[in-house]
Design a protein around this ligand. Structure first.
Ligand SMILES: *Cc1c(COP(=O)(O)O)cnc(C)c1O
Length: 452
């Protein structure tokens, strides 16, 4: 038995796979917030690089070539290994097989680098002069800094002030790669100055940081704003995870019975499941595909399928997705990531159509699973990734109870080296399990925008 199934560098996929092309019901189009009409290429081009805008709107083209320079960059840290979790299987007493696709083998420590590389490359190739973005905990900002440094693209990152203070080490990595970082709100934008005047002590929010990053992009010469999750283009780039996994399974003559991943905005899950969901949609395979989310931010399991803003500041187009309302902010007690109020429109459509199911867990049980995994598999998982671990363990337990030996695949999206404060609070018993009340969710859902 091979513990790791590695592909050769030359087996890195040459094309991204666009799952939308094979969806019988397409995700709903994004709408302009002013006219409530579907967004067009012309609407998106001032915000995104042209090729990315094209990818965003294309529901028909099945494959997009991965540009050679992006593939060269991928060779630095890909292919990522598919690993048999045999030690975990033994610990659980599970007679079936568990595999995970590990995306933590790069400096940014997560799958986010896969899309960062593509987004920076296209912008550079089209002559964009600089990029702006926001970052909360810092994984996206780090990945983007890495890609920008490689392709020679100046980057400004607005980092939520609370994280800027609490996660100084993330900031240092971003600076190592040459990014300019501001604690948001900052005095570098008009909207930031207004937010500071309104509340000089504010610790910031993702919504404020997005507003600053967008203002900076539209007021700078030939700059663009980039986003690391939720968007169709990001899921497209992340399909590299699923395509590599499919190839690795072909090598060993196996196929998973269940594919499980954590879901924040849905990009790693959308990428991991892409080829497996294609087979399921086409009726070739009857497999379980499961999204795992935190009980503190339960977009799928308790959200509503509706048009909503993608940001708290309500500047972006409207997307039809499972949402808790753009004003929903998970409790500060929640340390496990996956804090986004909405969910990828692609995954939302698949969930509504019954192709994808979802489960939610409390953070203490997620950290318990993370700890068990670390002890047996020798990798310290990111709290986000640990949701997928928890989902896989629960799936294995259900199989055991039913006397089944199914093959389980889950996505291990990253490492937890910057989440040690969260591990510490789990270990010393101060971690709290926060679950929003129905009244709280009803309150943020009341403000959903009106659409025809
Ligand atoms: C950002 C992140 C996630 C969640 O984002 P998705 O877009 O839902 O994939 C999961 N795991 C890690 C390690 C992350 O950094």
């Amino acid at each position: 038995m091979n513990h790791k199934i590695y592909l050769d560098e030359n087996e890195i996929p040459t094309k991204y796979y666009n799952l939308r092309a094979d969806m019988p019901v397409k995700p709903a189009p994004m709408l302009r917030p002013d006219t409530k009409q579907p967004v067009t290429l012309a609407d998106l081009e001032p915000i995104f690089a042209r090729e990315l805008a094209r990818q965003e709107l294309d529901d028909e083209t099945r494959y997009f070539d991965i540009p050679a320079p992006v593939r060269d960059f991928y060779k630095i840290y890909r292919p990522s290994p598919l690993i048999r979790a045999d030690k975990l299987e033994q610990a659980l007493g599970y007679a079936g097989k568990i595999y995970y696709k590990y995306e933590g083998n790069n400096t940014s420590g997560s799958h986010k680098l896969n899309s960062a590389a593509a987004q920076v490359y296209y912008a550079k190739a089209e002559g964009v002069k600089s990029l702006t973005t926001e970052t909360g905990a810092g994984q996206w900002g780090t990945a983007l800094s890495e890609a920008c440094s490689y392709f020679g693209m100046p980057l400004t990152v607005y980092m939520v002030k609370a994280s800027f203070k609490q996660k100084p080490f993330r900031k240092i990595i971003m600076r190592t790669f040459g990014a300019d970082i501001f604690a948001s709100p900052s005095d570098t934008t008009a909207i930031g100055r207004k937010m500071l005047a309104d509340d000089p002590k504010t610790t910031g929010s993702l919504g404020m940081a997005i507003s600053e990053a967008i203002e900076k992009a539209v007021t700078s010469d030939n700059a663009r704003y980039v986003l690391g999750s939720v968007l169709n283009q990001v899921l497209l780039h992340q399909s590299i995870i699923g395509l590599e996994t499919e190839k690795a399974f072909q090598k060993i003559g196996e196929y998973p019975d269940a594919v499980i991943g954590c879901a924040g905005g849905g990009s790693n899950l959308g990428g991991l499941i892409a080829p497996f969901m294609r087979d399921k949609i086409k009726g070739k395979k009857a497999i379980d595909i499961i999204a795992v989310e935190p009980k503190s931010c339960p977009s799928f399991t308790r959200g509503r399928f509706a048009y909503d803003f993608c940001d708290t500041g309500n500047l972006t187009p409207l997307a039809r997705m499972y949402t808790l309302g753009s004003g929903f902010v998970p409790s500060a007690d929640h340390a496990g990531g996956l804090r986004y109020h909405g969910m990828s429109p692609v995954l939302s459509r698949l969930y509504a159509d019954g192709q994808l199911s979802a489960e939610a867990y409390k953070q203490t049980e997620v950290f318990e699973a993370a700890t068990l995994f670390a002890k047996h598999e020798q990798i310290l998982p990111a709290p986000e990734s640990a949701h997928a671990i928890k989902g896989a363990i629960e799936y294995a337990k259900r199989c055991q109870a039913a006397g089944e030996t199914k093959t389980i695949l889950f996505g291990l999206t990253g490492t937890g080296y910057f989440d040690l404060a969260a591990y510490e609070s789990y270990q010393n018993g101060t971690m709290k399990d926060y679950v929003p009340s129905d009244a709280e969710l009803a309150k943020s859902l009341k403000n959903l925008p009106q659409t025809p």
